[in-house]
Design a protein around this ligand. Sequence first.
Ligand code: FES
Length: 106
Amino acid sequence: MTYLCALNELSPYQPKIIALSMQQSCIVVQTNQQVNVFLNQCPHAAARLNFDSDAITALDGYHLYCQLHGAQFDPQTGYCSRGPCQGQSLTQLPCQIIEQQLYLVD
Ligand code: FES
């Protein structure tokens, strides 16, 4: 397992970008129901969502969005409801919470 962060570092609907390697990172987002981890890679052009800054919450305060082309993703499912990859989804990564710490399950 790979340690990602402590739960108290997360705020609802404020995604956190965490590096997994030199090339890849993940998006950790807490919703009212759960904590989700997605690969930080848009399904349409494989770009990371935070092209310009880590502020990847859409103006509606709910969806995640790609700063390059504006695709919007549901933070609970990763489903893209708007943009060039509409109907596709971010890749969800398995995670586990142990004693208030979030881990990626390898
Ligand atoms: S790379 Fe696909 S919407 Fe940005």
